[in-house]
Design a protein around this ligand. Structure first.
Ligand code: IVH
Length: 674
């Protein structure tokens, strides 16, 4: 086959793969019903990536491979909204809602009140964004900002898989369209994110909305990509001509175009039908996987909406009905300070237990020094505490009564509450930190993370054991754990000999968890499990990684500036390098599995066809990659080997035509496992 023909075939293949991936994205991210396994999906994506590497001239901004890849910015550009992004007027009770209805009826003079339909939607508690599509391609996304101007966050929005990058693939093109929606972080992702942040010593987000907002405003899209954000699209800001006549139709058509809309939406023939939904959702909202703080009621007809118009801030055709978060009153018995893994000191209010939303609340986070000062929270105060959904309880306000005598203003400690060393506050953070790198509180948290299941997976090494090892076992570094003998453990309180033996076994086993996990276990800022894996795969060994310059780290796919920065800072510290040397000495494996075989297949291109019996496809790919080779999806003159499994496809025939060596699975095994 001659070259132009091959190229044509590859161009078609690229388009076919993109359409297939888009379809599976919709199944997975929008309908929550994947049709293929993750592995199969990754395979499609890899095939597309391979082809795009060979034909960079064909990479388009709407390709599924372009979700992460935006550059790290030093600021966001300002975007003027074509149509202002208004806010909604709030109502808190049925009386106020009825007043809204009166205003609507009055505004539509020649329409009888029972002809007015309403549309009820959930009010998602996230961040409003606008998405612009030109000729069906997603070109710009922005925050609401002040309503007139927002910030250009296109690169970050592209990382949200439920935002389609092309809405007209294979369909009639829409010239210009601006849709509006709410970006949010599902509660589970929020919890997980905070768990990781706690483990890596970063300050916690107070609620999913803050986490979503914080994630969207990161200058490095590769970090946004790891944040598991989602969107519900609820309206059209601009479309010319406007083909829809009702809000009901807007939502159904947006859904058909491939946008993620929310299925809890109701067309009400008249205003009376709206009211039962308020009661229904008051309780039901807590069962959702995302935060909802009320309902939004909209006049259904777009024609009536236009007639009603807007004030300078709110549309007259819509209103929000807000559920007040559940609150409780109690007393602050004490304020204590906790020291996290990186030394961050977080004040916590110890409360007289109070029941809110069915659970007992006895502690509330006070976030930081500034929060306590601005609310002037003191020991002994009566306070209002709020708990909505999964949110960590927080103190909303102090209940002050005239003439009441209060305790002194709360002052943050001037020394670390654990190790009594000095603490500091850097100028760009509200957080106080203990400066002592061997502070027992920090050490305890670091050891807990090190031993955790996804890290070194040291069974039986829980908080009770770690506390004692730190306070009386002389453990100062991770490496000290591996120097402990059976009798050191037996000496600890509440630890039977059997458990001590198990611990020794678990420690021994942990030595070979692999390089990627070791990297994660160190708790380097921003280095989660995925980054650990990417770095391990790329650099193969701790030796090479330690020597990598920041620029080299940034060059690694999916490693953004922030990760690169903290990794190079970490390895720049002598104390960390010394600790790594001690761990290596004690037998902790810090080489990527397979690396020992060197770069034997460097530059070699493989194609796999047919099903393999001895390896999964991913294993085969990993082995090739570990030896420096690459796996491509199509056979070409550049292919070095075609691995032929059972029931091979046309790729085996093509290899024969092009005279490319074909190897059986057994031969392949020998090649990679020698
Ligand atoms: S419509 C012109 N629908 O609530 C009216 N907004 O308080 C535009 N929101 O800025 C808003 N869910 O961020 C609409 N189903 C929904 C919504 C919703 C959440 C947010 C949106 C808006 C804010 C106003």
């Amino acid at each position: 086959m001659n070259k132009p023909d091959m190229s044509k075939q590859e161009a078609q293949e690229i388009e076919r793969l993109r359409q297939k991936i888009r379809r599976h994205d919709t199944f997975y991210y929008i309908h929550n019903q994947p049709e293929i396994s993750d592995r199969e999906y990754d395979r499609l994506m890899q095939e597309l990536k391979d082809l795009e590497v060979r034909h960079p001239e064909w990479v388009t901004p709407d390709s599924p491979t372009q979700r992460v890849g935006g550059k790290v910015a030093d600021r966001f550009d300002t975007v003027a909204h074509k149509i202002p992004m208004l806010s909604l007027d709030n109502t808190y009770n049925v009386g106020e809602l009825k007043e809204f209805r009166e205003r609507v009826v009055k505004g539509l003079v020649d329409v009888s009140s029972d002809e007015i339909e309403y549309f009820v939607e959930l009010k998602f508690d996230g961040l409003a964004v606008t998405l612009t599509y030109e000729d069906g391609i997603f070109v710009k996304g922005a925050t609401r900002g002040d309503g007139k101007k927002g910030e250009d966050i296109t690169a970050n929005l592209k990382t949200i898989h439920s935002i389609p990058l092309n809405i007209c693939a294979g369909k009639e093109k829409i010239k210009l369209m601006e849709v509006r929606g709410e970006v949010f972080m599902p509660r589970k992702s929020f919890q997980k994110l905070n768990e990781i942040r706690a483990a890596t010593g970063e300050t916690l987000f107070a609620n999913p909305r803050n986490a979503a907002a914080g994630s969207l405003r990161l200058l490095d899209p590769s970090i946004t990509a790891s944040r598991k954000l989602d969107i519900f699209v609820y309206g059209v800001g601009f479309m010319d001509p406007m083909p829809f006549s009702t809000q009901y139709e807007v939502q159904s058509e947006l859904e058909k175009m491939g946008f993620h809309t929310n299925s809890n939406r109701y067309l009400c023939g008249n205003f009376e039908e709206v009211l039962p939904w308020i009661e229904t959702w008051e309780k039901k909202k807590d069962e959702l996987e995302y935060d909802v703080d009320g309902l939004v009621i909209k006049v259904n007809s777009l024609d009536y909406q236009k007639k009603l118009g807007a004030t300078s801030r709110f549309p007259r055709w819509s209103v929000a009905f807000k559920y007040e978060p559940e609150k409780g009153e109690t007393r602050v018995e004490n304020i204590t300070c906790q020291v996290g893994r990186t030394g961050a000191i977080t004040p916590v209010a110890v409360l007289t237990p109070v029941t809110i939303s069915g659970s007992t609340v006895s502690r509330a986070t006070l976030h930081n020094e500034d929060e306590i000062a601005s609310k002037d929270i003191r020991i002994g105060d009566r306070v209002v505490v709020e708990k909505a959904g999964e949110i960590i309880p927080r103190v909303v306000e102090v209940i002050k009564s005239v003439g009441e005598r209060r305790g002194p203003r709360f002052r943050m400690p001037s020394k670390c509450p654990e190790c009594k060393e000095s603490i500091y506050r850097s100028k760009d953070e509200a957080v106080l930190r203990c400066t002592n790198s061997v502070c027992p509180a920090q050490l305890r948290e670091r050891l807990l993370h090190f031993a955790s299941r996804d890290a070194m997976d040291i069974d039986h090494l829980g908080p009770a054991v770690i506390d004692q090892l730190v306070s009386k076992g002389g453990v100062k570094h991770f490496s000290d754990l591996y120097k402990l003998k059976l009798q050191d453990f037996v000496r600890l309180e509440r630890l039977a000999e059997k458990s001590a033996q198990n611990l020794i076994g678990a420690l021994e086993k942990s030595k070979s968890v692999g390089f990627a996990r070791v990297l994660y276990a160190f708790g380097i800022r921003h280095v989660g499990q995925r980054a650990g894996m990417i770095l391990a795969r790329h650099f193969h060994s701790m030796n090479k990684l330690q020597k990598a310059e920041k620029e080299e780290l940034e060059f690694v796919m999916e490693i953004g500036e922030a990760i690169a920065e903290s990794v190079s800072t970490f390895f720049g510290q002598k104390s960390n390098r010394d600790e790594i040397a001690r761990l290596a000495e004690l037998g902790i494996e810090m080489e990527f599995k397979g690396e020992a075989m060197g770069d034997r297949l460097a530059g070699k291109q493989f194609v796999l066809t047919g099903s393999l019996k001895l390896f999964t496809r991913d294993e085969a790919k990993e082995k090739i990659a570990a030896l420096g080779g690459r796996v491509m999806s199509t056979v070409s003159k550049k292919t070095d080997y075609v691995v032929v499994g059972v029931d091979p496809g046309s790729k085996a025939d093509k290899a024969k035509t092009l005279d490319i060596p074909r190897v059986t699975e057994d031969e392949f095994k020998k090649m990679v496992e020698k």
